[in-house]
Structures are given as structure tokens and as C-alpha cells.
Design a protein around this ligand. Structure first.
Ligand code: GDP
Ligand code: MG
Length: 163
């Protein structure tokens, strides 16, 4: 049985960029072909020789409950319930927002293993900003830059170790 890893967090923190990084170039390119939805929601990623099912909880911008937290929760609830591991992603540059805090509180109650991923943490300032996410009470933030590729290899190792 393949493990399921769910990428969650508010819009624009970089979930889809992380998804593409983990799934890899080949599948990401396929997704860019005309007629194929650009925002892939599911894929397989081979991390340190272990293949996992990866789910990107996209679609938060679509209509639904009218608060940001409501939409985050609605779009993630089903996926989180099937998750062997949740990557809760925040934007280290933007800092922790009320929606992040709300979502963290809800996520903790779901009793699923969580890795806290602080994305957009490129550069020295980024590493310091990532540490602000300690305040969420979800353990040590893993600072990465999905766009630049920083910290991705370490993240892959931490995902496999957490499964
Ligand atoms: P999503 O809405 O959570 O899926 O976020 P996206 O993956 O669509 O990314 C939102 C924006 O953040 C895009 O403009 C990305 O290029 C940008 N982004 C993603 N990762 C990084 C990163 O590591 N550093 C910076 N500076 N920007 C990033
Ligand atoms: Mg997305």
C-alpha cells in the first residue's frame, strides 16, 4: 500500500510549486501540455527510492464557504483524512497569518502526522523568518525554497523518515 502525502496550506504559499518539485520534472512537464489542467492535484513522487502518492490541495480560490479558513478546511478535509502525512505549508516571507493559525489548530485535531514546511525561505533572512513558524506549535519548521530548490533534498528525507 502506497503512502499518501497531502500538501496543505493557504493560497499562494507555494503548495503547487512544492508539489512539482517533489513529483519531478517529467510529470510537471506533462501537466503543462495544452488541455491538461496546469494545477495537477495528484501525482506519484519517488523520494529516496520510496514512491508515495502526493496530493496538492488546490482549488482554494474556487467558491465555497466564504471565509479563507472555511475554504482551506473544505478543500483539505477529505484529503487530510486519507493522509499518512500532512505537509502543512506556510510562507516564511509573509509570516504567520490568522488563517495559518486557525488551520494549524484544526489540523492538530485531525490526529495525522504533520511536517511544518516554511516555504519561500531562500537566503539568510528566509532561514530566520522560517523559525517564526515555531509559534504554531507543530514542531520545528523545515525551511525550504521550492522555487530555488533549497532544502528539498532534506525535506524528501524527512518525509520518508516520517512515514
Ligand atoms: P499555491 O497557491 O499554494 O499552490 O502556491 P503556488 O505554488 O501557486 O505559488 C504561489 C506563488 O509563490 C508563485 O508566484 C510562485 O512562483 C511563488 N513561490 C513558490 N515557491 C516560492 C519560493 O520558494 N520562493 C519564492 N520567493 N516564491 C515562491
Ligand atoms: Mg496551487
Amino acid at each position: 500500500q502506497m503512502a499518501t502525502v497531502v500538501i496543505a496550506g493557504r493560497p499562494n504559499v507555494g503548495k503547487s510549486t512544492i508539489f512539482n518539485r517533489l513529483v519531478g520534472r517529467r510529470q510537471a512537464l506533462v501537466a503543462d501540455q495544452p488541455g491538461v489542467t496546469r494545477d495537477r492535484k495528484e501525482g506519484e513522487a519517488t523520494l529516496r527510492g520510496r514512491t508515495v502518492r502526493l496530493i496538492d490541495t488546490a482549488g482554494l480560490e474556487e467558491s465555497g464557504p466564504d471565509t479563507l479558513f472555511g475554504r482551506m478546511r473544505a478543500s483539505s478535509e477529505q484529503a487530510v483524512q486519507t493522509a499518512d502525512l500532512v505537509l502543512f505549508c506556510i510562507d516564511a516571507r509573509a509570516g504567520i497569518t490568522p488563517a495559518d493559525e486557525h488551520f494549524a489548530t484544526w489540523l492538530r485535531r485531525q490526529n495525522r502526522p504533520i511536517l511544518l514546511v516554511a516555504n519561500k525561505a531562500e537566503g539568510k533572512a528566509g532561514a530566520a523568518a522560517a523559525m517564526e513558524a515555531f509559534s504554531l506549535g507543530l514542531g520545528t519548521p523545515i525551511g525550504i525554497s521550492a522555487e530555488h530548490g533549497d532544502g528539498i533534498a532534506d525535506l524528501m528525507t524527512m518525509i520518508v523518515d516520517a512515514l
